[in-house]
Design a protein around this ligand. Structure first.
Ligand code: NAD
Length: 304
């Protein structure tokens, strides 16, 4: 395939990862970066052998596609500007702070016939992909999804729900066969004036129950999914890319299931570039990210 001319807008901690990976992919020609913090942009550009631009407009003139990795509160405005300039966009998650803004971006991408991918990175995690393939033909009865982190050095502009739990809501929806019928949510403010911890139970129309827990004030990092089906209990450790199963006959013995070691951000960015090249939808197009954003909004509205 021809190399896609690509740029990165917002080169903080996550944006630097996008730059690093684009700089190594054979599918990409990294044109440059823009960040409001011009000295940060210059530093990252030098580190990865690319150019820093002094405005979004000047960067957009030289690229076909960008990753938008600015703070979530700025996504709508920045992504809208890129799409209006007919540039393909990979939006870091969440695509925008609200469902209404996210829907407007999906509609704009459709109108402009541009690719709008969303950085739901865990969908590319090899342990999740294998888990999803294994339970595809089972009857999923229950799930537990836990995502813990120590308190981040930088205070986020969002609560733990869009910041972290969004991933697990999206994964729960991807593993389920029916829609969410109702939910219960509770949250706790510990270190910020937004929820730093949250527990949610999703009740699906077919009886499946998913329990989710997210916290950014735990001593250690953890990302675990347990799925109980009619055939087995599966445990996926997304952090360490490990998967195991236990049959009901041989409890508590675990069978380790081999999973690949591929880096999920590299897979996500390659998929975005291939989608542009082939004129197809990316694996997670904007519209696929909407149901999880809708649930995030409902959790934030109803959690007590
Ligand atoms: P960060 O604060 O480290 O970096 C954001 C950068 O954007 C900063 O360098 C800032 O100067 C710059 N910036 C701010 N406003 C800008 C604007 N209007 N135009 C250009 N640059 C601007 O934040 P981060 O942790 O890298 O998070 C960025 C985004 O990535 C957030 O939306 C976050 O939710 C998402 N994220 C996703 C994952 C994931 O797992 N997919 C992980 C971390 C962060």
């Amino acid at each position: 395939m021809a190399k896609v001319k690509v740029g990165v807008i917002g080169v903080g901690s996550m944006g630097e990862n996008h730059v690093r990976i684009y700089s190594t992919l054979k599918e990409a020609k990294l044109i440059g970066v823009f960040d409001n913090d011009l000295s940060r942009a210059k530093q990252i550009a030098e580190k990865y052998g690319t150019q820093s631009f002094d405005s979004i407009d000047t960067l957009l003139r030289g690229v076909e596609a960008v990753s938008v990795v600015t703070p979530t509160s700025t996504h709508f405005q920045v992504i809208e500007q890129c799409l209006n300039s007919s540039i393909h966009v990979l939006a870091e998650k969440p695509m925008a702070p609200t469902l209404a803004e996210s829907e407007a971006l999906v509609a704009l991408a459709k109108k402009k016939k541009r690719v709008l991918g969303v950085g739901m990175i865990e969908r590319f995690n090899p342990a999740f992909k294998k888990l999803q393939a294994l339970v595809k033909h089972d009857l999923v009865l229950g799930m537990e999804l836990k995502r813990f982190s120590p308190f981040p050095a930088r205070i986020s502009d969002a609560s733990v729900v869009p910041d972290m739990m969004l991933h697990d809501i999206d994964l729960a929806l991807a593993l389920s066969r029916t829609e969410v019928d109702s939910m219960k949510a509770s949250g706790r403010k510990v270190r910020t004036d937004r929820f730093d911890e949250c527990s949610v139970t999703l009740y699906f129309k077919d009886g499946l129950i998913a329990k989710l827990e997210a916290s950014r004030v735990k001593p250690d990092k953890l990302r675990m999914i347990t799925v109980t089906t009619d055939k087995a209990i599966y445990e996926a450790d997304l952090l360490n890319k490990k998967l195991s199963s236990r049959g009901f006959d041989n409890l508590p013995e675990k069978t380790v299931i081999e999973v690949g070691r591929d880096d999920q951000l590299s897979l996500e960015l390659k998929d975005f570039l291939h989608a542009i090249d082939k004129g197809r939808a990316p694996k997670i197009p904007g519209e696929e990210a909407l149901p999880a954003i809708k649930i995030v909004e409902e959790v934030e509205r109803t959690a007590c």
